[in-house]
Design a protein around this ligand. Sequence first.
Ligand SMILES: [Zn+2]
Length: 338
Amino acid sequence: MYKDNNINILRDTRANGKDRDWKGKKKRSLLMADHYGEAGLNKKAERMQQCADTLLFKKTAEKLKLFQAYFCKVRLCPMCNWRRSLKIAFHNKQIVEAANQRENLKWIFLTLTVRNVEGKELKTTMDSMTKAWNRFAGYAKFKKSIKGYFRAMEVTKNRERESEWYGTYHPHFHVLLCVPASYFKKPNLYVKQENWIAMWRKAMKLDYDPIVHVQRVKAKKESLDLNEIEQDIKKAVEEQNAILEVSKYPVKDSDVIVGDSVTVDNVETILDLDNALSYKRLIAYGGLLKEIHRELNLGDAEDGDLIHVGEENSDEVANGAVEIMAYWHVGLKNYVIK
Ligand SMILES: [Zn+2]
């Protein structure tokens, strides 16, 4: 916290020295709520307006730990999606570490796409993709080669005015797969890109070849040479970071509302996306990663608790720790400490 004209402004600094951007997220949330109001989605607008209005922290060793707050949980809320992202990243970090400890694994990123669709077809397309995924992950080839997965459905919108796809939506899956260490060497395990395309085409029942990206997450070297060990650690960190890249909650508010004011285009986008995303689970785990998720008792990152999202929930807060209450100051457009 720092003093500003006798007003204490909230400052939530993490272990890495970075400040958590409560203010920025709250501002985007309020802007999103204005769009919801404009779209006639008044109940959700109201909930979002109140999202994270008041934050109750416990202060321990100069660190703040959130212990009470209201989060609206609307699918497109920037504040809630930030909390969801933090939680998913934290979960996946633990899951990936546990999986690597348990088995000798390699990691792959897979992106599965379909052709862009109009807003009115978005919901049905996303529903068919979810069903198609279940068929896809049930194919013998998949089950034989893949030990576990994390998948996240993302939707982006084409906003290039010159493009023939302008204004259409691009729903796609980002998938993190873990495979046995021998996967790349064994032809009976290895899935070629053309096979991925054929499998996704079949699962989606498409009459065209969909675009599918496959990329291997670079593996660690197994060597005892000292220089290489350093390289190893570096690579492990890089691998971890690469994995965390797909671990964000797949709704970016910058994709939903463009600019800083309410526009017709933004309102239309919200009507399309809110309808398509309501009640939909955008993330899922399978196989080994699902097992570990269950064993670690990690809970639901989408609709569950958004107060405890990271490492801070593992250490207990001493009784009598100082409580700090921050509330959103409408005039100052910032969080103020009471
Ligand atoms: Zn919210």
